[in-house]
Design a binder for this molecule. Structure first.
Ligand code: FVH
Length: 273
C-alpha cells in the first residue's frame, strides 16, 4: 500500500512542497495545476504531469487536493466528478468545519471516499521532524492513507467527523496568529521607544516566548476560572501596565482585544475572590 500512486491536485507553494517530499521518498507521483508551467522541476525529478484533473484522478490510487480554498476545490474537481468513478480524495486545503462536512457529503454522492486534512507545517518544513498532518474521516481509510502520505508529515487522526481536522487546523492557526500578533506588538513597542529591535528579538523575545509557550498553551481556557498560582490580582495589574505602556509609546493597541479579555478574566477572578 505504501507504493500506492498519488496524484497531487494543485501546485501552489504547499502542493509543490507535498509533491516534492513524496518524490523524495520514492513515491509514484502525478501532478496537476490549473495554470500550466509549475510542474517542470517536479517532472524533472520523476513526477508525471496530467493535462487535466480527470487525468490526474484517473491515474489511480490516491488524490490529494491542496488548493487555495474550498471554492477552488469544488471548481477544480466538479467537472471531473460527473461520472461516479469512486476513488479516494484527501483534501489538504484549508477550510471551515462546515465546508469539510459538506465536501464529504458532496464527494460521497459520487462514491468518492474522503479524508479531510489540515497541514501543520509550512512549505519549507513539510516532511521535516515536527511537521504533522491532521486527518479526520473513516479510521480504516486513515489507516490505509497514513503510510502512503507519511513522508509529508507525521499522520495524526483526530476522529471520524470530517469537520474535526478543519476545526483543529483553524483553532491551531488562530493560536499561531495570536502569537504573531503578540510578537508584532512587542516589537512595535520596542521600536517606538527607541530600543534595538534585532537585539530584543534575539536576546529577549525568543527565549521568553520559548520559556512561556508550554505555560501559555496549558493556561489557555475558555472558562472564566483562573488557577490560584496565576495570582490574578498581579496579572490584572500587569496587563493594565502593558496597556498603559503601549498608550505611552503611541503604539496602536492591536492586541487590546486579547489583553482586555485577559484583563477581564483576571478582574472577574479577583472579584470572585
Ligand atoms: N503555504 C502555507 O504556509 C500554508 C500552510 C498551512 C496550509 N496552507 C493551506 O494550503 C493550501 C494551499 O496553500 P498554498 O500555499 O499552496 O497556496 P498558493 O501558493 O496560493 O496556491 C494556491 C493553489 O490553488 C490553485 N487554485 C486557486 N484557485 C483555483 C481554482 N479555482 N481552480 C483550480 N486551482 C485553483 C492555484 O492554482 P494556480 O493559481 O497556480 O492556477 C494554486 O495551485 C491553502 O488552503 C492554504 O490555506 C498553506
Amino acid at each position: 500500500m505504501r507504493h500506492e500512486r498519488i496524484s497531487i491536485v494543485g501546485l501552489g507553494a504547499m502542493g509543490s512542497a507535498l509533491a516534492s517530499a513524496l518524490l523524495e521518498a520514492g513515491r509514484e507521483v502525478t501532478v496537476w495545476n490549473r495554470t500550466p508551467g509549475k510542474a517542470g522541476e517536479l517532472v524533472a525529478r520523476g513526477a508525471r504531469e496530467a493535462s487535466s484533473v480527470e487525468e490526474a484522478i484517473g491515474a489511480g490510487g490516491l488524490t490529494v487536493a491542496c488548493l487555495l480554498d474550498d471554492a477552488s476545490v469544488r471548481e477544480a474537481l466538479g467537472p471531473a466528478l460527473r461520472k461516479p468513478a469512486g476513488g479516494t480524495l484527501v483534501n489538504l486545503t484549508s477550510g471551515s468545519v462546515r465546508q469539510a462536512r459538506e465536501l464529504a457529503g458532496w464527494l460521497g454522492g459520487y462514491g468518492v471516499r474522503f479524508l479531510a486534512g489540515g497541514i501543520m507545517a509550512v512549505p519549507p518544513t513539510v516532511g521535516t521532524e515536527g511537521s504533522f498532518i491532521l486527518y479526520s474521516g473513516a479510521r480504516d481509510l486513515f489507516d490505509r492513507v497514513a503510510p502512503v502520505l507519511g513522508p509529508i508529515g507525521r499522520p495524526h487522526w483526530v476522529g471520524e467527523d470530517p469537520g474535526l481536522a478543519a476545526l483543529y487546523d483553524m483553532a491551531a492557526l488562530s493560536g499561531m496568529y495570536g502569537m504573531g500578533a503578540g510578537a508584532d506588538h512587542a516589537v512595535a513597542l520596542v521600536h517606538a521607544e527607541g530600543g534595538d529591535v534585532e537585539t530584543f528579538k534575539r536576546e529577549v523575545l525568543r527565549p521568553w516566548m520559548e520559556q512561556m509557550l508550554p505555560i501559555t498553551v496549558a493556561g489557555a481556557d475558555v472558562s472564566e476560572s483562573v488557577p490560584d498560582e496565576y495570582n490574578p490580582a498581579m496579572q490584572a495589574t500587569g496587563l493594565e501596565t502593558i496597556l498603559s505602556a503601549s498608550a505611552e509609546a503611541g503604539v496602536p493597541a492591536d492586541l487590546a482585544g486579547h489583553l482586555r479579555s485577559s484583563l477581564w478574566r483576571m478582574q472577574r477572578a479577583v472579584t470572585a475572590g
